[in-house]
Structures are given as C-alpha cells and as structure tokens.
Design a protein around this ligand. Sequence first.
Ligand code: UGA
Length: 432
Amino acid sequence: MKLCMIGTGYVGLVSGVCFSDLGNDVICVDKDINKINNLKKGIIPIYEPGLEELVLKNYKNKRLNFSTNLKESVLKSDIIFICVGTPTKKNSNSADLTQVFSAGKEISKSINKYKIIITKSTVPLTTGDELEKIIAKKVKKKNFSVVSNPEFLREGEAIRDFIYPDRVVVGSNDVKSRRILKNLYSPLVSKGAKYLSTNRRAAELIKYAANAFLATKITFINEIANLCEKTEIDVEDISIGIGLDKRIGSRFLRAGPAYGGSCFPKDTKAIVSTAEKFKTNLSIIKNVIKSNNNRSDLLLKRLAYIMRNKVKNKNISFLGVTFKANTDDMRDSSSLKLIPYLSRKGAKIKYYDPTGFKKEFKNVKNVKFSNSIQESIKGSDLIIIHTEWNDFKSINFKKFSKNKKLIIYDMRNIFSPSKIKKLGLKYFGIGR
Ligand code: UGA
C-alpha cells in the first residue's frame, strides 16, 4: 500500500520505517528541511536501537522515502498518518492540537481520490470528529475516512513493539476503511497480534486509558515501596507476589523514581482535562499525577537521610540521567529535579549517561559530565543509579573506587543488596 507519514518525530519515523519494512511504499514528510536531508543521508534524529539499520535498508531498496512536500506526498498516497506532536498547552493541562488540525487542513487540499486519514499521534476524545469537519469543508464525504489508530510504542523498544504488538487498535466509523486497515495490519496479525476494531472515539480513549492505567500501576508500586522502606520488606517480593496473579500481571510493577518521559506525564494530565469537559471527575488519575509530582521530593528526603543531612561538598556520581534506559530523552526525567536540587545544596555532581552530555545541566553549578562510568565514580561519596542501563549492571565498584565508605543509592533496584553489602559498601535501594 502507499502510505504517507506526516511528522518524522518518534511515532512517525518508527511507524513509517516499520511499515516500509513490511513491504509498503512509505513517504515520511516533515517541514524541517535539515531533518529530511539528514534522514536521506541515513542520519537519524532520535536515539532508538535498531532504527538506523532499518532506515538504511528500506531507503536503499526505495520502499522508504523522505520529503518536505506534503501536497505531493499526500497525492501519491492512499493512507495518510498524522504523526505530529500534541504537547500540553501552555497554562493548561489539555493537549495542543494546532499541528494536528493544520495537517488536516493541508491534507484536505490534496485529496484527489478516496483516502484514509489516520491520527496516530495521541489525540483526545473527539479529535477525529473535529478533523472530519475540517476535511469535509474541502472534500466530499465519500472521498475520505478519518480513523484513529493509536500507537503503543515504548521508547527504546519501539521497533519490537511495532513488529510484535500485544494488540493493534483501529477506531473507524465506516466499513471501507476498516477493511483496508485490517489488510494493512495483516502481517502483524499473522505473527500473533490481536486486532481490535472499535468506533473512532473508543480508539482515542483506549490510548489515554492505557497510558493512565500504566502510570497508575507504577505509582501504586512506588507508594507500596514507601511502605516497604519503613517495614523492612523488599518491594521486589511484593511486585513478584502480586504480579503472579494473572489478573494483576507482573509488568510495570518496578518501583523507581517518578515516572517521566514524553507520554505519561502529558497524557495523564490530558485525560483528566478531557474528562472535565464531559463533566467527569477522574479522581484516581488526578491522585496519580499528584503522587508522582511529590515523588522526587520524597526521594530527596530519603537522600538526606542516607547522607545524614550532609550533602554540602559531597561528591555525588549520577549514573544515567534520561527518564529511562535505552533512550536519550530527557523529557520529564526525575534527574531534572534531583540534580539541580543537590547542586543548590552544595553537592559536587558528576554524571555519566551512555547517550552523552545533556544540555539541560550545562548551566547548573558544580555539575560535570563524565566520559565514562569509571571517571564519574572516581572520588565519589555517593553513587546514584538513576536509570537501568545494562552498562551499569556489572560495575565493579571496588575496582573503580578506593572509598571504603562509598554509598550506593540504587534507584532502579538493579543490584542485589546482599552482594553490595558483602563488598563492605553501604547499599540503599527503592522500597527495600
Ligand atoms: C509509554 C508507554 O509504555 C507506551 O505503550 C506508549 O506508546 C508511549 O508511552 C506513548 O504514549 O507514546 P514510554 O514513555 O516510551 O512509553 O516509556 P515507558 O517504558 O512506558 O516508561 C515510562 C516511565 O515509567 C519511565 O520513567 C519508566 O522508568 C517508568 N517505569 C516504567 C517505572 O518506573 N516502572 C515500571 O515498571 C515501568
């Protein structure tokens, strides 16, 4: 099939590349000339394991193309995916849909035969209805369908999530587009993905409800971890103990710092705001947002306890600063709260991240980037494991540090407390 992805951000690029790998002809469109020129040269704007290889392979065999010309690309395509950003509006909690609607307007100028227009960006309930009205101003109703087909890709695992999804959700209000999309996704269904066909609004809500539920699950275990810390229980036992119940499930029960990234913080706020428009109080999600916002303060209090309130002039090494492993994304990472706070308290911080230097800390006093784990750890009083990169799982602390009083604060519980204690070092984890 001939597909066009509008927006070559995370969602558009990964989905476009994967669709081309499944044998479709795909044009990825973006306004940003530099980005498009770089993509043509195989320079990838985001860090995502496996993406570069797939771009090069499919660009070379001409199934994947890049363009800045939206009009021409839409004319050539049967299915158009809108994959532009839907950030939180300034001074509000709702999603800013300016880019979605302006893409819709542009698309409507280039519809010469029946086309399906799909929102793949995370868009609030009823966005499809609005988009349909915008396109209908220029195009006869029989010549287009507006469909919601949310993505469930995780950063760092996006290629695998695309090829082996738990489910594909397609929300459409007409038979024709339903038939075409089922066909588009048949290669994934034949590999075992469940295919769920709903009406358009339901698909829009499924995306938000899924992210809000996952955020709730994480927040729940984080609060249980707080209780474990006071009662000499290891939260890992609780995660396993409840996760083995198939009704609960073991995934997304890893206690850690506050959840971050470009999705959970934004989408939890947006679903609450949408519900308010429909006079519905999503009190659980509201409390999840509040609890997650408070989480960094709680971790800082624990840090003060670990350091016996002596943070000034202490050397602290931060391992990993992104919101999670396998990404270079800093959006809403809890390190953005933790590091500046510790700097204000007079700590001397060195950080190492496998994805390199972060501009976010450029002007933060006494914060330096280290080129290696070893350099970051050297001379430290405290090591904070902030993200769960595999690179950190086998660090030989004794080899890298001569400090006999070294403290490890393992915010991802990647080490066995007893093994670290056997080394004679002090160990603190989350909820243990
Ligand atoms: C999330 C969803 O998992 C995807 O399904 C969804 O498609 C995506 O948002 C989106 O809406 O685009 P992502 O933000 O990439 O994906 O990252 P996650 O792996 O879900 O992690 C989010 C946050 O939760 C991170 O800060 C992570 O460290 C934290 N987390 C996750 C935990 O603290 N514990 C866990 O058990 C799992």
